[in-house]
Design a protein around this ligand. Structure first.
Ligand code: PLP
Ligand code: COI
Length: 367
């Protein structure tokens, strides 16, 4: 049912906080924000019910939610989210990057989780509203931005297992710097755990996928790695993606390769953007299954020269090594970024910061 697209979009009521963070405290918090620990003063909340569609849209003070213990999200995990960023433009002003792509993916995630359909315009408007009211929280530093977390939860008070008839759509924001502390990351190849199976929820950005990945991420940490890499669930042979980012490799024939979208990995917006930018800059790009054993052999032989993770939080982060029970695949010196990885990162971040020509119209200016 597509109630949302049948009804007109709600107007936002704006209730600014009565206790804004003072400027000196905010500036101190913005100086070196740890990812996801510092939050802005406001949030956006929009309600949904089967009867009313999307209604009661508010920009309001950020505060704890009051939720009934029988709310269905707490039991059956109907929860989806997005991750996107607002950037300060070199020329002044603030913009997000391809927000309509996040809005589209949010609808796809909602459809997979049998949740309410949120119109793309409402998604984009909600994010814009929060960025406008909390604009002072967008940091100025190099590599810093305002991370935006739109999410939806079911809040029906009913313990039967069925899709809820009431939902909350919320947007919160936090100023962030780099997700990783610097240099190339090391990645543990999970042989014990998989992330998603054909027909499952791998392509949806639902909280449950992340819950299921945490034990593998802990295993990665225990092996001294920063992140986990998942293999396909059928053969445990083909590279899928990392816990919170997509993966790309550079082959010695100057081709950028990445696993195809077969329904088990998240269709990353950074992934799609890099594929487009690389192809436009004259590089060959291929979306092909990547056998982990060939990648290990290829790292040793020089067939695979560079590897990197890409995503909103990670931006473009060089991968120094994959590690598994039988050894390591090291890329370059294992510590610093490869040349092509650096070039692609610069192309992407120049565009996001308004330093290069936005030929695709990907930069969505808010202020
Ligand atoms: N894969 C997973 C599992 C993720 O959590 C993310 C981050 O959102 C990505 C890939 C990259 O997606 P995007 O580039 O849209 O942020
Ligand atoms: C993002 O990049 O937006 C994510 O959701 C991934 C997570 C590691 C923060």
């Amino acid at each position: 049912m597509d109630v949302a697209s049948r009804t007109s979009l709600p107007n936002f009521t704006i209730e600014p906080t009565t206790t804004p963070t003072d400027a000196a405290t905010r500036e101190a918090l913005l100086a070196k924000p740890v990812f996801g620990r510092v939050f802005t003063d406001h949030m956006v909340v929009v309600r949904y019910s089967d009867e009313k569609g999307w209604h009661d849209a508010k920009v309001t003070a950020r505060r704890p939610l009051s939720i009934d213990p029988a709310a269905s999200v707490l039991h059956y995990a109907q929860e989806i989210f997005e991750g996107m960023k607002a950037y300060r433009l070199e020329t002044g002003g603030i913009a997000t990057f391809r927000p309509e792509a996040n809005a589209r993916r949010f609808r796809d995630s909602a459809a997979r989780m049998a949740m309410a359909d949120l119109p793309e315009e409402l998604f984009v408007e909600a994010v814009d509203q929060l960025v406008r009211i909390d604009a002072d929280w967008v940091p100025h530093g190099e590599g810093q931005s305002l991370y935006l977390r739109p999410f939806m939860i079911s809040d029906d008070v009913f313990l039967g297992v069925k899709p809820a008839s009431e939902y909350l759509f919320i947007v919160i924001a936090c100023p962030v710097g780099a997700y990783f502390s610097g240099g190339a990351v090391s990645v543990w190849v999970s042989e014990a755990y998989t992330r998603a199976a054909p027909g499952g929820t791998g392509a949806a950005k639902c909280g449950g996928n992340y819950a299921a990945s945490l034990v593998a991420q802990s295993e990665a940490k225990a092996h001294g790695c920063d992140q986990v890499l998942f293999l396909d669930s059928r053969e445990r042979r083909f590279i899928e993606e990392m816990g919170g980012m997509n993966v790309m490799l550079l082959r010695d024939d100057d081709t950028l390769v990445t696993p195809p979208l077969t329904g088990t990995i998240l269709p990353g917006i950074t992934r799609a953007s890099i594929l487009t930018l690389a192809a436009e800059s004259g590089m060959k790009v291929e979306e092909v299954p990547l056998d982990i054993n060939e990648v290990f052999e290829g790292a040793a032989s020089g067939r695979y020269r560079e590897a990197f993770a890409c995503g909103t939080a990670a931006v473009v982060t060089p991968i120094g090594r994959f590690r598994r029970t039988e050894g390591e695949a090291v890329f370059g010196d294992g510590k610093t970024s490869g040349q092509v990885t650096l070039k692609l990162k610069t192309m992407l971040t120049d565009l996001q910061a308004g330093r290069s020509n936005d030929a695709q119209g990907w930069v969505h200016r808010i202020l």
